[in-house]
Design a protein around this ligand. Structure first.
Ligand code: ATP
Ligand code: MG
Length: 588
């Protein structure tokens, strides 16, 4: 590898001593048992995500720290301390108890990023009630489907969302016993068949005994992003808290003094694991912004709140790049010290852009709804190879494998060989099932390995490189082509803001590579530009891998968690049914 393509870490890059300084030594020393000794305070055998996240701090004299700072346009910010969060979550737990809702029952949350979402989520966990947060932008159909699949008994939502998306369809959700409403104007709700949550909370006691939950009790139900098909409901347990803690420490480098901003909505697993649980476990102050993406607003939040650790997604970074470096340069961000990203492959171009424009590289990391937490990451402890997802975190064993006909797997040890990314079972936040789909769950495992469905390769230094989802990989004239490689090459061209690449059936080569691109401001679609991009890709990738066709799109279809939906590009190209579009951004 050309070492000029590596971002070397120097001591001067680090403004605080990183939690992970010596990667090899920590991997060697690490044990999940030792993590459980860090998360103490409950009787032996009892594990509860919310208690560890909130009460642990309140009980040991750190309750005056701000847990959340809630931001919303046109409103003053609202700070909630750990002590206040402890009392509010106790109240919510008591509200559920008064309604007769117990352990194992399911609470669905359909709300924007309002304080009650977080209070409800954590308060329900204290009651042993399982929580499933949904994107507030979902339409009636995806809401009802998920509540029915999860047999939801309680729904927490706002008056406006209830009126628009639930009220008329309520008889289609027979399991739903109670609906708890929050008035969007801050007043009181009086919708028939619902309860006003704010009054219930006001009248509930602010102390409660924790419902005893164990590491194996179900805690969260998260639906996957639906990038490759119908979203699957992944079941997670309270024991996942150990992974949330360890990964917050190693991959996000959280220190108690940090101001941290995770831009993900809890409707996506990232917004729960890292927008809620992990930062609280480390006693940091989390920024929660209710508004949607806006480049100026985001830079303002980073600057005005003094964000030190920022966890975002490639789609947001590409949008900031599209807004132009001059916008970024208007905002000085002296407090920002660590940037991480997840959700999609992070094009090397974006890492270099960030280093140049924001003064810091982005640390890409990889995980899935099913893994419950970050598995592979670029950490402060080692150099970054832009385009790589980094290395497995301490406590995580990864491998590149090949599936045999009989379902067995063999490990590919040779470096740089492409295969399926697999993880050895045993990390605490591994999903424990796909709701109502036992067979699909079983098929995700072979012996001691969990098979991720993503293709990757590992280089001689142990860095993992994402190739593509098994479903998205293109087979063309005997080559296996990962869309990511082609998209990244296109993105190097100054005209290209985003690219999505698919394989289109072709009688001669099997599949032909076709790219869809959206352009940066100042560029217009034209045949001349198309030829230029085709030429650029051919020079960068060679004729066998470069796209043969390029189409211009205003915007690429993406999920609400920001992932490019290649299956939709393909279905539209081939005139096939679009399949499940419940998570499509802009759809309802
Ligand atoms: P579905 O399973 O319903 O198709 P999804 O896989 O997109 O949706 P998530 O669990 O939200 O749902 O996303 C996990 C997937 O996102 C990973 O399996 C991988 O394909 C992709 N991904 C996440 N992080 C990265 C990353 N850093 N680099 C490359 N791909 C990533
Ligand atoms: Mg998936």
């Amino acid at each position: 590898m050309d070492t000029s393509q590596i971002i070397h870490k120097t001591a001067g890059d680090l403004r605080v001593r990183p939690n992970l300084a010596d990667y090899e030594a920590e991997c060697h020393r690490f044990s999940w048992d030792a993590v459980s000794h860090e998360l103490t305070g409950l009787p032996p055998g009892i594990v509860n995500i919310a208690w560890h996240a909130v009460d642990r701090h309140a009980n040991r004299g750190e309750g005056e720290r701000i847990a959340f700072r809630f931001l919303a346009a046109g409103m003053p910010c609202r700070d909630v301390t750990y002590t206040e969060l402890c009392a509010q979550t106790n109240r919510f737990c008591n509200v559920l108890r008064a309604l007769g809702i117990g352990k194992g029952e399911r609470l669905f949350i359909l709300a924007g990023r309002i304080p009650e979402l977080y209070v409800g989520l954590l308060g329900a966990l204290k009651n042993g009630t399982v929580v499933s947060p949904l994107f507030s932008a979902f339409g009636p159909e995806p809401i009802a489907t998920r509540i029915n699949l999860g047999a939801g008994t309680v729904l927490l939502t706002t008056d406006a969302l209830y009126a628009r998306k639930v009220a008329k369809w309520r008889d289609r959700m027979p399991s739903l016993k109670h609906v708890l409403l929050v008035a969007e104007d801050g007043g009181q709700t009086s919708e028939p068949g619902t309860l006003d949550l704010v009054s219930l909370l006001r009248n509930a006691p602010d102390a409660c005994d924790l419902t005893p939950t164990t590491a194996e009790d179900m805690a969260l139900l998260h639906f996957t992003s639906g990038t490759t098909g119908t979203p699957k409901g992944a079941v997670h347990v309270h024991g996942a808290v150990a992974t949330h803690w360890a990964t917050g420490k190693y991959a996000l480098d959280l220190h108690a003094s940090d101001i941290y901003w995770c831009t993900a909505d809890p409707g996506w697993v990232t917004g729960t694991s890292y927008g809620t649980i992990a930062p609280l476990l480390h006693g940091v102050t989390s920024i929660v912004d209710r508004e949607e993406f806006d480049a100026e607003r985001w830079y303002r939040v980073l600057r005005d709140e003094g964000v030190s650790v920022w966890y975002t997604a490639p789609t947001a970074i590409r949008m900031l790049m599209k807004a132009g470096p001059e916008v970024a340069r208007r905002y000085a961000l002296p407090r920002l010290r660590f940037i991480a990203s997840v959700g999609e492959p992070l094009n090397p171009e974006a890492v270099w852009w960030s280093k140049e424009v924001l003064g810091l590289p982005i640390h890409d990391n990889w995980w899935q709804t099913e893994t419950g937490g970050i598995m592979i990451a670029n950490t402060p402890a080692f150099d970054i190879k832009p385009g790589s997802m980094g290395r497995p975190l301490p406590g995580v064993e990864a491998a590149i494998v090949q599936r045999g006909e009989d379902g067995s797997v063999s490990i590919i040890n040779a470096p740089d060989k492409q295969g399926e990314l697999a993880l050895k079972q045993g990390w605490p936040s591994m999903f424990r099932g796909y709701l109502n789909n036992e067979e699909r769950y079983r098929k995700s495992f072979s012996g001691e390995w969990y098979l991720t469905g993503d293709l990757a390769r590992r280089d001689a230094d142990g860095y993992y490189w994402f190739v593509g989802r098994a479903d998205d990989v293109i087979k063309s004239a005997g080559h296996l082509i990962g869309p990511f490689e082609v998209e990244s090459a296109l993105m190097e061209h100054p005209a290209v803001a985003e690219a999505g690449v698919i394989g289109k059936p072709d009688p001669v080569v099997g599949e032909m590579v076709k790219a869809f691109v959206s352009l940066n401001p100042g560029f217009e679609p034209s045949d001349k530009l198309r030829l230029e991009l085709l030429g650029h890709a051919r020079t960068r990738l060679g004729a066998a891998v470069a796209p043969k066709e390029i189409a211009f799109l205003e915007l690429l279809p993406r999920t609400r968690s920001g992932k490019i939906m290649r299956r939709l590009l393909k279905a539209r190209e081939l005139g096939l049914p679009e399949g499940d579009t419940s998570t499509l951004e802009g759809g309802t």
